[in-house]
Design a protein around this ligand. Sequence first.
Ligand SMILES: [Zn+2]
Length: 437
Amino acid sequence: MPNVKEGDLINRALELLRRYPLCPSCLGRMFSSYLKGFTNYERGTSILTVLLMSLQEKVKNNDEEAKTTLEKIKNVFPEIYKQSLENLGVKWEGTSKCFVCGNLLLQLEELAVKGARVLRELKAESFVVGVSNDEEYVSREDEIWRAFSISDAESIRNELKREIGKRIQSISGIPVDFSNPGVMLVVNLKEKTIDYVSNPILIKGVYLKLGRNISQSIWITPKKIKLVPLSVEEAANSCLDYLMASKVVIHAAGREDVDVRMLGSGRPLALEIKHPQRRNIMTNSLEHCLNTRSEWVKFRLEKKISREEARRIKLSDKIHRKIYRALIYSESGFSDEDASLLEKKFNNVTVRQRTPTRVLRRRADIVRSKKVFWVKARVLGGKWMEVFIATEGGLYVKELVTGDNERTTPSFSEAIAKPLLVAELDVVQIIDYPNMV
Ligand SMILES: [Zn+2]
């Protein structure tokens, strides 16, 4: 508040109250830059007390002007001052309606009880309070700020959020969390109702694909025809009844082809549970539910995580290393020499790959260099060979085997001078780079 001279504060408060009836909270808020560790209500009551004591002295000295002033502002005093006023011959007629908040700030309990009920029903772990439809309150407060050149007072919006939040926390025992709230309560100031947003719950885990012909995302044409019978996304959405949620979004670290199984370690992912209507989800119960509902897609769930951790999981594909198992076919058959040749030639080798022919329609034609760390090969007899391949993430394994018309070099086909086919491919392990054997 500018131009405050010594002893001026009480006079300024008096001027305010002459023009606008204010409740103790709204009065105190106009002086919110004074004192720390006090509520606006406490500031307002302190000012009213000193003001009344000062007027009391003047009235006792037969100051007629003081008496008239007291008559004018008597009803801004709460009931606790009734007796003191009457002792001065001023009849208190009940608390007047606050110009800014309409006494809402004196009646926050009811809203707080409603808010606490919402949080309890959602089994919320934390919350934050917002307000809506506050335009009328804000514009009345702004009128006073302009009339009295007030520039450093707290806003009613802030006070409402804080005071309602404090009360809800004390009724429900559920903590306020500004940075990562489970539930956002929105107090509609016009309707005196409480709305809420239940924020997504993110869970860290891995998925396994035990069969082939399973996509990661649901794969449908614009005419809603499903191209693949099952997806990891559908499997992740099979427990919406248990979750009481609208849907589950998957954020996986990379993806394998539809015909490739994902075994062993599983592929890291975050499940994002949207609009959960119960927030006390146990990861082991959810894991059990998901694994009961789907025969071909399985999940191992670890714990709840933050949005930032989910983002890191999604990006971790770039630093992963992978071990694949491939079943390879050659019309002319394999010898044990073929197997040892592959193991020898593909030991810490950099492979250059032009974008595979099969994905060229969707992706730019570029050359990438990726490492193959090692290969273990075993002839199964006749025309079949089983190979385990450890590679850097992002290498196209099918093309490493076939050569893709020399677009990938070196390739297994090139190394043993035989046309090759990949009959089966599985990812058997995804490893964070630092843990790579
Ligand atoms: Zn008020």
